[in-house]
Design a protein around this ligand. Structure first.
Ligand code: GUN
Length: 282
């Protein structure tokens, strides 16, 4: 049976480290504040936003919550971002996605000042990651690197296969694994012989968005399997992109759903908020 990679425990450790850092910053008179904007009342988004505010509270990061109505115009949202960009007492700005259809997400992401882009979605942040300069990194893939490192899993020289090529997970994941000297393959829905490609992996990251699609046929014996998916099955139980029981019998280590990658995303968001203060002090 595979070893379980405990994202809940590792994220708790990171949050405790951050709590100490924030207390030390406070003692020096430096406060950290995150502004969280939600447009509309999508229930899943409300849960995520609530968890982010709770994490801020635990660590000692101030949070400003903007709950805007569904019919908020694009311009009103852009005006709010502009105001927050200019506020010295706001370090990070997060606009919860997805946005209502009448608002252009790319335009909104690009409006956030890159020094406050704690989600790491701004084209400048993505560009810096691509050319190896320091900057904000998308929280889910950054959290996966922490999961691997803190579990003592070597990335350098290993075959890493990412299934999925989204801007939020797949693409930054590939760049981060490359930065750690992995040999990286990005596969996706058009990949031929996906099972064969996935079976090359020493480290397999599944970010496909389809419940339990990744069965043992996709996994080399002894591989490390990271499951980014989160779905509710027919019994309202949470499951990932990976068929956990099937895959756990062949791999060496695996992240569960829930309690794997999910908690790491928020821990890394909190880390980015703390880092943003340093960036802004420059
Ligand atoms: N919606 C789902 N995941 C995320 C995330 O990491 N950041 C933001 N802003 N919205 C999301």
């Amino acid at each position: 049976m595979a070893r379980m990679i405990d994202g809940k425990a590792i994220s708790a450790q990171i949050k405790d480290e951050l709590k100490e850092k924030v207390a030390a910053m406070k003692a020096e008179g430096v406060e950290v504040t995150l502004a969280v904007i939600q447009v509309g009342s999508d229930p899943a988004s409300s849960v995520y936003v609530g968890n982010k505010k709770k994490a801020c509270g635990y660590i000692g990061i101030g949070s400003l919550a903007y709950e805007l109505p569904e019919e908020t115009s694009e311009q009103e949202l852009l005006d709010l971002i502009e105001e927050l960009n200019g506020r010295k007492d706001v370090n990070g700005i997060l606009v919860q996605l997805p946005l209502p259809k009448h608002i252009d997400e790319d335009k909104v992401i690009a409006a956030i000042h890159p020094d406050k882009d704690v989600d790491g979605f701004h084209p400048q942040s993505v560009g810096k990651l691509c050319i190896g300069q320091p900057g904000f990194v998308s929280c889910t893939p950054a959290g996966i690197i922490q999961l691997l490192k803190r579990s003592g899993i070597e990335i350098a020289g290993k075959e890493c296969v990412v299934i999925g090529r989204s801007n939020i997970v797949g693409k930054p994941m590939a760049l981060l694994l490359l930065r750690e000297n992995g040999t990286v393959t990005v596969s996706h829905s058009k990949t031929e012989n996906l099972k064969e490609v996935a079976r090359r992996a020493d480290i397999l990251v599944a970010a496909v968005g389809r419940p339990k699609m990744i069965t043992r046929d996709y996994v080399k014996e002894g591989a490390v399997v990271i499951d980014v998916g989160i779905h509710r099955n027919e019994n309202n139980k949470l499951c990932g992109d990976v068929d956990f029981e099937d895959v756990a019998s062949v791999c060496s280590a695996i992240t569960p759903v829930p309690g794997g990658v999910g908690p790491m995303t928020i821990a890394m968001l909190m880390n980015n908020c703390v880092e943003s203060v340093k960036l802004q002090a420059k």
